[in-house]
Design a protein around this ligand. Structure first.
Ligand code: NOJ
Length: 554
């Protein structure tokens, strides 16, 4: 397998607004990140990915970019960022930016120019069409806000927005737009940034003629822009820029197929991206999205993880994650709040020891959980409000019923401020926090976790450091065992003559876990576990709730 630095690193993901506030305005900022750089480094990670930190009107908290070459003044200045970059590099940590180029903010000056009409040189930077009579150009629906077209009466045309109204889609078919994207990439790479996470990059090419889509209430038309006709070409163009630098790119692909990911990430001259963010394993308790819940299915989680592990091996590379700013907290989903510490550790080992680059989202390392919000006005996110309208209008949900669902499904669960201590406002801010703080901060916080040798935090450190420089964990081949087991996840990693056996209980009651044929547990070294590794009998052990055992064989 081709060795690369980006395969060997672990990455910490920061959603700055909720990370740490340094100036008391209640909003996390770069000063806050700077003050925690040593903490981040102490986890053993090798890089930081920042969700967008550019100027933005916050219609989608930064995923609506108003200026690609500056820093959101709520977070600091470009100079602050340069200092942070420098300090991160001094600590041997790389820095990755979010490249959001499927759309901009409607407050980006390109869009303001574009609205002036067809004669304006920026008009074709966006996707404008005339309506059909008094109807929009086609039946597409946005992902965040009703119809996908917004009418601008001054020029009697509609613009396309796959997400919120304030996020007009760029017209990537316009070569000038692609040149702009490449310039933006160079701007950050020349400054010293080490790569990008490319937002919904699989949506950037839309089908010729923008045909009507299969009528569904959300994302209608998606079949005409998910891996559109020119996606490969455009990614190749962007790759040429990446190839001029020693950097890496991870592409986000909602509803991405494994086939496409293998094609885009396979080593060789046609490689477009280094890895991709798949969503398959994030639907083990939902049908396509968290908003259509179903009971957690371990079999679904396992089969999706194994599918990606097997298909990518020797070809591309996996991006490993269980949490980010788009999903509720994983302990509340796939683990158990009752067995928070145990399940938090088990989940960490389960994914970090797979083949790929692990990403750890802020707060995940201390086992933060979902929040309970009991008033619709306390939510902040455009997608929660969209779902509110949909569930109320189409399914006649009461507020109470919706709140129950939102508390389980909303991505805002991951956007509550990080708990640094048991002090007021969890030590996140001295001011009024921009978003509600989870009430459990007094017991779940970094300060407490630092003091407790058995904390989830120390377990993450152990795992990340165990993976570092360890060929077996980084490059070893993956194989799953006992696939039909509904309560245990068992897999091995093999490299040369070494083997690692990872056995995870997903049960809240004791259960027997047996080693696969060919393994003798007595001969292995138990190197990681979240309990005391009590007795083995007949090559099996009685796993306690959410127990994980990792055995090493030479
Ligand atoms: C994916 C991002 O992760 C999400 O937060 C955002 O809302 C959409 N893309 C639109 O940019």
């Amino acid at each position: 397998m081709n060795r690369k630095w980006y395969k060997e690193m672990s990455v910490y993901h920061i959603w700055t607004r909720s990370f740490c506030d340094s100036n008391g305005d209640g909003i996390g900022d770069l000063g806050g990140v700077m003050s925690k750089l040593d903490y981040i480094k102490s986890l053993g990670v090798d890089g930081i990915w920042f969700s967008p930190i550019y100027p933005t009107p916050n219609a989608d908290y930064g995923y609506d970019v108003a200026d690609y070459r500056d820093i959101n003044p709520e977070f600091g200045t470009l100079d602050d960022f340069k200092k942070l970059l420098d300090e991160a590099h001094k600590r041997d940590m790389k820095v990755f930016m979010d490249l959001v180029v499927n759309h901009t903010s409607d407050e980006h000056w390109w869009f303001k120019e574009s609205c002036k009409g067809p004669d304006n040189p920026y008009h074709d930077y966006y996707i404008w069409r005339e309506g059909k009579g008094d109807k929009p150009p086609n039946n597409w629906k946005s992902i965040f806000e009703g119809g996908a077209w917004e009418y601008v009466p001054e020029i009697n045309k509609y613009y396309l927005h796959l997400f919120a109204k304030k996020q007009p889609d760029l017209n990537m078919d316009n070569p000038k737009v692609r040149e702009e994207v490449k310039d933006i990439m160079r701007f950050w790479l020349d400054m010293g940034v080490d790569g990008f996470r490319e937002d919904v990059i699989t949506f950037i090419s839309k089908a010729e003629g923008l045909p009507d889509g299969i009528p569904i209430p959300v994302a209608c038309g998606i079949e005409h822009y998910l891996h559109g006709p020119h996606l490969g070409e455009y990614l190749d163009e962007f790759r040429e820029v990446l190839n001029e630098y020693d950097c890496f790119a991870v592409g986000e692909g909602p509803m991405l197929s494994l086939k496409d990911a293998v094609e885009f990430c396979s080593e060789g001259p046609n490689k477009k991206l280094d890895m991709m963010i798949s969503f398959d394993h994030m639907n083990a308790d939902g049908l396509l999205v968290e908003w259509i819940p179903r009971p957690f299915s371990l079999k679904s989680l396992k089969s999706n993880m194994s599918k990606w592990q097997e298909a990518m091996y020797d070809k591309g590379w996996n991006c490993l994650y269980l949490e980010n700013h788009d999903h509720p907290r994983v302990i509340s989903r796939y683990g158990s709040e009752k067995f928070r510490v145990e399940s938090g550790k088990m989940l960490a080992a389960m994914y970090i020891l797979q083949c790929g680059t692990p990403f750890i989202y802020q707060g995940q390392e201390i086992g933060m959980t979902n929040i309970i919000i009991d008033n619709i006005d306390d939510f902040k996110d455009v997608s929660t409000f969209n779902n509110y309208r949909l569930f109320k209008n189409l399914l006649k949900f009461s507020d109470e019923r919706f709140l129950k669902l939102a508390n389980r499904a909303s991505r805002e669960n991951a956007r509550t401020p990080v708990h640094w201590s048991a002090e007021k406002n969890a030590g996140f801010t001295t001011g009024e926090p921009w978003f509600k703080i989870n009430e459990n901060y007094e017991s779940i916080n970094v300060e407490q976790a630092e003091k407790d040798p058995n904390s989830i935090l120390h377990f993450y450190r152990k795992l990340i450091n165990f993976r570092k420089g360890n060929d077996l964990v980084i490059y070893g081949r993956y194989k799953e065992y006992d696939k039909n087991n509904r309560r245990a996840y068992i897999y091995e990693r093999t490299y040369k003559n070494e083997r690692l056996l990872v056995m995870c209980s997903f049960a809240s009651r004791p259960m027997t876990i047996k080693a696969p044929a060919g393994y003798n547990l007595e001969k292995g070294e138990l190197i990681i576990t979240n309990y005391d590794g009590a007795t083995i009998k007949d090559n099996a052990f009685k796993a306690k709730p959410y127990e994980v055992r990792v055995y090493h064989f030479k």
